[in-house]
Design a protein around this ligand. Structure first.
Ligand code: SAH
Length: 358
């Protein structure tokens, strides 16, 4: 606004329009004078939300959105409501028709940071896409605004959590991810304490992230308790091995009462034995952390199996007895390919089968 020779309150009007009113077209920002809106468009400024290509709704209330950007690239964003009253909780329009919007007490939005992913974890379907490109800060923030608009919910700091755990490796698009986080925490007013970013283990960026004055919480996808095992399922471990990764985790400056999260995807007969659990407890001893266990979400072309529930519980118990707070991540939206590791632009062709876009 300064560069355009406009008074500074125009900047506030613009931010208010984009983030509070969530307007998605410059010409619809009626708080700005019409001539000024025309000038913005003429000078090449653009405002848009990612466009909704498909929406898949799970039996558990989870919604997977397939969004497209102007260049044709697509990503997925996932809406996970909590405290869902089921069908009975569906809100009803004035005319008595269900509108498909259900009451929720809290909701988590899972955001993509790249189209596709370069990291190539053997158990993850996003890896099969390869990396297409980085998303811009606007494209990252735009996913949140578009979902909130579609759900018709106000940005409500009490009820919305954000996780940067969709397509892509946020720490390989670090600057854009951080700009997006700052916009979401600033003008969008979702406090960074309600955001978590997950990394597959880009060690230098973990150090950078620790130095950020404003930052979300950190989760690290550990997934193995020794290098041989981790390199076999996460090839990036050959570049940054467990010693380097755990050194960064130990050095990470946690805030008061903050905990690091380690995610651990359990693959049947690969990394899910009681010995693995004990080795994991030893590996992370002394770090103020919790572990989130994720039983593999299966998918075509994924050469691993999902461990039985008892196996998952046994793994959890061993960690807990080893002094590590350990939780089992409930799969959300597995039936619509919305769960962890399943984001691969899968498109429904009929009610029983899902196929992937080329
Ligand atoms: N690239 C980042 C952000 C994605 S978070 C990262 O790897 O951390 C996605 C989480 O889902 C990661 O913890 C990953 O290990 C896990 N995951 C990947 N594929 C999975 C699958 N098939 N089943 C369960 N979890 C999976």
């Amino acid at each position: 606004m300064k560069k355009l020779g406009e008074p500074l309150y125009r900047a506030r009007q613009l931010l208010e329009a984009v983030y509070s009113q969530r307007i998605d077209r410059i010409d619809a920002i009626t708080t700005l004078p019409k001539a000024f809106r025309e000038r913005l468009s003429m000078e090449g400024f653009e405002l848009s939300h990612p466009s909704l290509q498909h929406r898949f709704t799970s039996a558990d209330g989870t919604i997977r959105y397939l969004f497209a950007f102007p260049d044709g690239q697509t990503v997925e964003t996932v809406w996970m409501p909590e405290g869902d009253g089921g069908e009975a909780g569906e809100m009803v329009d004035a005319n008595g028709a269900g509108n498909g919007r259900r009451e929720f007490t809290r909701a988590t939005i899972c955001i993509s940071s790249q189209a596709g992913c370069a990291v190539n974890c053997r158990f993850c379907m996003t890896a099969l896409l390869g990396v297409q490109r980085n998303l811009t800060p606007g494209e990252i923030v735009g996913q949140v605004l578009a979902v909130l608009n579609e759900r018709r919910v106000a940005i409500d700091s009490e009820r919305i959590n954000l996780v940067f755990m969709g397509q892509g490796e946020p720490f390989l698009n670090y600057d854009n991810f951080m700009k997006a986080a700052r916009l979401l925490a600033g003008p969008a007013r979702i406090p960074e304490s309600r955001m978590t970013v997950s990394t597959a283990g880009i060690v230098p960026r973990i150090y950078d992230f620790g130095r950020e004055p404003l930052r979300p919480h950190l989760a690290i996808s550990l997934n193995a308790s020794n290098d041989e095992q981790r390199s076999a399922i996460m090839p990036l471990n050959r570049k940054w091995n467990l010693q380097a990764l755990l050194a960064a985790a130990r050095a990470f400056p946690l805030r008061e009462r903050e905990r690091l999260t380690f995610e651990y995807v359990l693959l049947a007969e690969t990394n899910d034995s009681p010995e693995d659990a004990r080795a994991l407890a030893r590996l992370i001893r002394g770090i103020r952390a919790k572990v989130n266990l994720i039983a593999l979400n299966p998918g075509p072309e994924i050469p691993f199996g999902t461990p039985a529930d008892e196996r998952v519980h046994q793994f959890q118990q061993i960690l807990i007895h080893g002094g590590v707070p350990t939780f089992i991540r409930r799969p959300r939206g597995r039936d619509i390919f919305a769960a962890c590791g399943q984001l691969k632009r899968t498109v429904e062709t009929d009610s029983s089968s899902l196929v992937s876009l080329p």
